[in-house]
Ligand binder design. Sequence first.
Ligand code: HEM
Length: 258
Amino acid sequence: MNTVSTSPASASDASQQTTTSHAELASHSKPDYVKVWDLPVRLIHWLIALCFTGAYLTAESESWRLLHVTLGYTMGGLIAFRVIWGVIGTRYARFSEFVRSPSAVFQYLRSLMTKSPEHFTGHNPAGAIAVLLLLGLGAAISVSGYALYNDLGGEWIEEVHELLANAMLAIVFIHIAAVLISSHLHKDNLPLAMITGKKRRIASAAIASTWRSVALVILLAVIAFWVWQWQQAPTAQQTQRSDQISAADQAKRKTDDD
Ligand code: HEM
C-alpha cells in the first residue's frame, strides 16, 4: 500500500499500514531517499506532458496537422501502456495501490486541516483522482482525435474533441497547482521525485527495481513511431500541389455558385 511505515518492519508489514504523520516520520530513525517511481512511470509522465502540450499548441494549424496527430496518437499509446502498467507494474504504479474510496479522499482532505496531515508515499487519494481524470481524458481525446482525422463521425466529433482537450487543460492546471501545494504541505519535492524517482522514506518503502529495460522499450517504440510518421509526411512539393488543387477546387465551386 501507499504509505510510510513507522516501525522497522518488513516490507509486507509496511504494506499493511495506511498513513503516517509528519511527526512519526520525523521520529523514525533514518528515512533516506529511496526509489518510489519506476522509470516507465516517470518516462510516460513526461512524455504525456510533452505530447499533450505539443498537441494543444499545434491544434489550430493546418500545416502542423501531422505533428498534432502524431503527438495525439503517441499520447494514446502511452496511456494504453500506463493502464497495463497500472495492473502489472511496481508497487506505487498500481491502480490497486492508489485508487481509493470517496471517504478516504474526504478523510485525506480533512487531515490537511490538522497538524498532522496523512502522508502517502505514492499518489495521495486526492491526487489519484486527478491522475485518473488525466489518463481518462487523454484516452478519450486520442480516440476522438482518431475518429476526427479518419472522418469516422459527424461534425460533433470535432466539438467533443475540443471540449475534452480544454477539460484536460483545466485539470492539468489544477494538477500542477495541487502538486506544488502538496509539495509545500508535506515538505516533499514532488516534481523532483517525478524526475529522480526518489522520495525521503524508510528503506522498506522502496520499490525493488526501476525497470529500465521496460522504459527503454517504451522510448524506442515512441522514437520508431515518430520516425515512421515523419516518413509519411508529405514533401513540400506534395503539400504545394495539394494546396493548388484545393485552391482550384474552391475557385471552381465559387464559379459554379455564381
Ligand atoms: C501536460 C502536462 C501534464 C500532464 C498531462 C500530467 C499528467 C500526469 C499524470 C497522468 C500523472 C500520474 C502519473 C502516473 O501515476 O503514471 C501525473 C503525476 C504527477 N505529475 Fe504530472 N502532468 C503534467 C505536468 C506536470 C508538471 C509540469 C509537473 C511538475 C510541476 C508534474 C508533476 C507531477 C507529479 C509530481 C506527479 C506525481 C504526483 C504524486 O506524487 O502523487 N506534472 N501527472
